[in-house]
Design a binder for this molecule. Structure first.
Ligand code: ADP
Length: 318
């Protein structure tokens, strides 16, 4: 079997571990692995690379993606998808797509045209509802948690409040998990209506009992600057804003992401070899174990909010 694979959308640590697992499993099983460079855009340029054993050596521990990724405008058009399908049809027997929600929707378009497709969730946002641990998420949580710790040190030294802007425009998981792990006082995320009075009250309460640091996480897409100014004005505590930005995407994948990526990469190839993938199949991790679901169905599952985590954080952070 000739198996094509690509990484698409936002890169996430662990994508390389998935690529390695796919390629090694395919070769072990006597199949071929063809990498597409630069996500869906690479299809239009026929930017293909035969992946052999050494080509995926020494990458399990590296962030980013050796295949490159992109956001392809042309692929969002019907014409682009028709062209992409024609490029792949007959050239590969199936395609494995590693990416986020948008990449999965793109994969479904190819599946609807008749290509066998399996998707592996790779995104630091963890905004994909049918599963629990997208590849890259826990590495990013650790990265943000480490940043919170560093900012907390300097915050305590100067007796300041710090607003930290975290990625996750539509899904607050990254801010929520890192906020819990980093001991943030307040977390402003899309799932919960913003209550600045409560944030201000917490900072005042902390200030009055001599607390020297106050960490407030805010997901991107809010006006973090004006939130910062409001907190300073209303509490009298010097308040600074830090935007973490792209450093949240980088870094070596953590243990969990490497293991999940390895499991799902192998699972994807084995399932293709067993004849699955027609109509599109989504893989993921739930309860620590691999899960497979019809791709269209998977994309319709709404993301559940971890209210328990949020409530725990709210209760103990004062
Ligand atoms: P992610 O996969 O990380 O969510 P994007 O949303 O940017 O990242 O999606 C990656 C690529 O997938 C886009 O450039 C586009 O070509 C394709 N794509 C995105 N959304 C859709 C959609 N709704 N339908 C089909 N293809 C899509």
């Amino acid at each position: 079997m000739r198996i094509g694979l690509l990484t698409s959308g936002g890169d996430a640590p662990g994508m390389n571990a998935a690529i390695r697992s796919i390629v090694r499993t395919a070769l072990y099983r006597g199949s071929e692995a063809i990498g597409v460079r630069g996500g869906y855009s690479g299809l239009f340029e026929r930017d293909f690379v035969d992946l052999d054993i050494p080509s995926v050596g020494d990458i399990i521990h590296r962030g980013g993606t050796i295949l490159g990724t992109s956001r392809s405008e042309y692929f969002t058009t019907d014409e682009g998808r028709d062209v992409a399908f024609r490029v792949l049809d007959g050239y590969v027997d199936a395609l494995i797509v590693i990416g986020g929600d948008g990449s999965m929707r793109g994969a479904l378009e190819l599946a609807d045209r008749g290509l066998k497709v399996i998707t592996i969730p790779g995104t630091i946002d963890n905004d994909i509802g049918y599963q629990e641990e997208s590849i890259g998420f826990f590495t990013a949580v650790s990265t943000v948690t480490e940043a919170i710790g560093k900012i907390r040190d300097t915050s305590s030294a100067h007796n300041r409040a710090n607003v930290i802007e975290v990625m996750g425009r539509n899904c607050g998981d990254l801010a929520l998990y890192a906020g819990v792990a980093g001991g943030a006082e307040s977390i402003i995320i899309p799932e919960v209506p913003m209550d600045l009075d409560k944030v201000v009250a917490k900072v005042c309460h902390g200030r009055d009992r001599g607390k020297r640091h106050h960490i407030i996480l805010v997901t991107e897409g809010r006006d973090a600057q004006s939130i910062t100014e409001t907190i300073e004005e209303r509490t009298g505590v010097e308040t600074r804003l830090t935007t973490l930005g792209y450093l949240q995407r980088g870094g070596d994948p953590d243990v969990r992401d490497r293991i999940n990526a390895t499991l799902l990469g192998k699972e994807a190839v084995e399932r293709l070899l067993q004849g699955e993938g027609q109509g599109g199949l989504a893989l993921g991790i739930k309860g620590g174990l691999p899960l497979a679901m019809d791709l269209r169905e998977a994309l319709n599952v709404e993301k559940e909010f971890r209210r328990d985590l949020y409530d725990a954080m709210e209760m103990i952070s004062f």
